[in-house]
Design a protein around this ligand. Structure first.
Ligand code: HEC
Ligand code: HEC
Length: 336
């Protein structure tokens, strides 16, 4: 059932993209403009797949690829198959519920494993679902379904698709999937580097940033550039053990630590609720070691009101985009 902000277009009105808008966290290299490709219209009760950017069909080249530590081989198209993507490391997870592994093709419901991987590690442009408290996981699915969790950036189609996926799941499925992903630990996947320069990047249509390795680095400025450590493994093969590197402005870690640990006079100590190491307490999720882009989007979405959270909203009221960048960089550097 949809309670608030149900038409996804409603969210667009919230997006007042000023000069401090953190496009990098949403996976875009340019600010929103009249020329921007925006997400397909995605009214409530859409088939989830119809909310995604239309697929680009690539002929199967028949070339079997592999990854370290597995005997399995898949072609690029097999690895990407919408209704049963590659499971490179079956030893890394318990048997998957059917909807996690295959989704439901007849309903246009793509499987959780496609974006969050069988092990729940996920990626910067979607999210990290391993090890989340079961109650929090189910609550977030409900928030997506009820229109209470949307992206503040109208280009971010995959969050719209996520919302429609949540709406298509039964209560029993939500619970079973939450227990499945909750049974696995989330493992550290981000290496944070303070620097003045970072690689030039392009963005996949879904917002995965990829380094342009032939081009020289450029000044970083007030951004985080977060890219896979091994772009081809992550982008082409969907490696669920893939890691990320986050290039952050110098001084970010100390500034972020100050805000997180003391509140810096602008907010309260995160550890009061998220625990002394930010690894979560009870039903409150861990915020340690997630990709910086993911964390920043959550803080920014809460501030814009597209992610409705009565608890987190007062926490972010006085935080600027710059403060959130520091916080996201610091949190990404912590062990989960
Ligand atoms: C097409 C890609 C895609 C698929 C498929 C997908 N998700 Fe997601 N998921 C996302 C995106 C994008 C987000 C939100 C990222 C953001 O808010 O910035 C997300 C977020 C989530 C979150 C919130 C995590 C948190 O820490 O709050 C949960 C829970 C979740 N997904 C569960 C699922 C489940 C269960 C399935 C399968 C039934 C699924 N997802 C399938 C893309 C996907
Ligand atoms: C008063 C308790 C409280 C405090 C203090 C608090 N949080 Fe939270 N936070 C929550 C709860 C509860 C959630 C789960 C979402 C919800 O209930 O809306 C959450 C969710 C989040 C999320 C989203 C996690 C995800 O997986 O999507 C992030 C990021 C976050 N908090 C960051 C912070 C930061 C950074 C601080 C400190 C500046 C902070 N929180 C302080 C209670 C708190």
């Amino acid at each position: 059932m949809c309670l608030v902000g149900c038409g996804l277009f409603g969210v667009r009105a919230l997006a007042q993209q000023g000069p401090d808008w953190p496009d990098w966290a949403y996976g875009f290299t340019e600010p929103l403009s009249g020329d921007s490709l925006v997400a397909p219209p995605c009214p409530d009760r859409s088939r989830a797949i119809d909310c995604a950017y239309p697929p680009v069909e690539v002929p199967d080249d028949g070339i079997k690829l592999t990854l370290p530590g597995t005997d399995r081989t898949f072609t690029r198209n097999e690895a990407w198959f919408n209704y049963g993507p590659a499971d490179w490391y079956p030893q890394d997870h318990p048997p998957m519920p059917a909807v996690v592994a295959n989704g439901r093709q007849e309903d246009g419901l793509r499987p959780c494993a496609l974006c969050h991987f069988p092990n729940g590690q996920g990626k910067s442009e979607n999210g990290h679902v391993a090890g989340l408290p079961v109650a929090y996981f189910v609550q977030q699915l409900q928030a997506f379904e009820d229109g209470l969790r949307r992206s503040a950036d109208p280009r971010k189609a995959n969050t719209n698709e996520m919302a429609m996926i949540a709406a298509a799941l039964s209560a029993e499925e939500k619970q079973a999937i939450a227990e499945y992903y909750g049974s696995m630990p989330y493992r550290q996947m981000v290496r944070v580097v303070e620097t003045d320069e970072a690689p030039q990047v392009r963005s996949s249509r879904n917002g995965l940033m990829l380094p342009l390795e032939d081009l020289p680095p450029v000044p970083l400025g007030m951004r985080i550039v977060e890219v896979p450590e091994h772009p081809e493994h992550t982008e082409i093969q969907r490696d669920p053990r893939g890691k990320f590197v986050a290039y952050v402005p110098r001084g970010s870690l100390a500034a972020g630590e100050e805000l997180v640990i003391t509140g810096g006079g602008k907010t309260v100590q995160c550890g009061i609720c998220h625990g002394p190491d930010q690894r979560g307490v009870g039903d409150i999720p861990s915020i340690a070691g997630r990709t910086a882009s993911y964390t920043l989007r959550q803080l920014w979405d809460v501030k814009q009101g597209s992610r409705v959270s009565p608890i987190m909203a007062p926490i972010v009221t006085n935080l600027t985009a710059e403060d959130m960048l520091y916080i996201s960089a610091y949190l990404a550097s912590l062990a989960p």
